[in-house]
Design a protein around this ligand. Structure first.
Ligand SMILES: [Fe+2]
Length: 299
């Protein structure tokens, strides 16, 4: 059984401090496959109406089995030749720098557990449905893949900048602010981004694409404020993870998104991310430490 919060294999890996693992495919129970089947089936009509076209093309290309939890190996056989990206199995939370650095190397840390059948709707932590059905189809798009790599490079630049600061207090203050800015940008784009092309508004953010209720809500609900993305808004904008997002930003294209990541890095170099507005997300000591570890600077 590889159910979120009930997976002995994962517990054992964590006890051994193994973050990167292999997917023990035979351990998925029939209940796990049934959870995948239901999640996938109910998303299909939502995707066809609200997902951006690169996601839909990605779904077709990956040809995921609607009835069975996917094998990462099979997904990667299709994915790698397209953009160089591959999904790598992890046993749990990947500290921030390590996560972004994986993107830089075209690796996507992927949760392999799946939510229990009795809580298909809401899960605070990622599972394989969010990671494979929500994120990975986007990784088949060359333009989007370049955005992720660029974002990983941006995190690398952040590590180089803060590790060059001698005063420990200043270093931690700057890192905390820069990290908040990066995390907010990632949240409002890769996880909850919308794209406006002509009259059409579609979702490309994976938090939306893996949520049965929120995908439609994000595009259609009057309760959502939707705004053209502006970097000096996003980096100061806090967010909460436990309810539908009341504020979303749209980009015009992935080229547009790529240029924003460039801008983010320039602002970081000029010190414009050094004192962003307080508020969510919380920055954990583990996340901060991941940027400060000595092996962070290995190219
Ligand atoms: Fe995600």
């Amino acid at each position: 059984m590889l159910t979120t919060k009930h997976a002995p294999f994962i517990e054992e890996a964590r006890n051994r401090h193994e973050l990167f693992i292999t997917q023990p495919y035979e351990q998925y129970s029939e209940e796990n496959h049934e959870a995948w089947r239901r999640l996938y089936a109910r998303m299909q009509p939502e995707w066809s109406r609200y997902a951006n076209r690169w996601f839909l093309e990605g779904l077709t290309a990956l040809a995921l089995d609607p009835d069975r939890v996917p094998r990462l190996e099979s997904v990667n056989q299709i994915l790698r030749p397209l953009t160089g990206f591959r999904a790598i199995a992890v046993s749990g939370y990947v500290p921030a720098y390590l996560f972004f650095d994986c993107l830089r190397r075209r690796e996507f840390p992927t949760t392999i557990t799946i939510r229990p059948l009795d809580s298909l709707d809401y899960l605070p932590e990622p599972d394989i449905f969010h990671d494979i059905a929500g994120h990975v189809p986007m990784h088949t798009s060359r333009e989007f893949a370049e955005v992720l790599v660029r974002f990983g490079q941006c995190a690398h630049s952040a590590a180089v900048i803060v590790n060059g600061i001698a005063d420990q207090r200043v270093r931690l203050e700057r890192l905390t602010s820069i990290y908040k800015a990066l995390a907010r940008f990632f949240w409002f784009t890769v996880e909850f981004g919308l794209m406006q092309t002509g009259e059409e508004l579609k979702a490309y953010g994976s938090g939306l694409l893996s949520s049965h209720g929120e995908l439609r809500h994000s595009v259609e609900s009057r309760l959502v404020q939707r705004s053209s993305i502006a970097l000096d808004w996003v980096i100061h904008q806090s967010f909460e993870i436990d309810h539908y997002q009341p504020l979303l930003f749209y980009v015009q294209s992935f080229d547009h998104l790529f240029s924003l990541v460039d801008q983010l890095e320039r602002w970081m170099r000029f010190g414009r991310l050094d004192s962003v507005a307080p508020g969510e997300p919380e920055v954990s000591p583990e996340d901060l430490a991941s940027f400060l570890a000595s092996d962070t600077l290995v190219a």
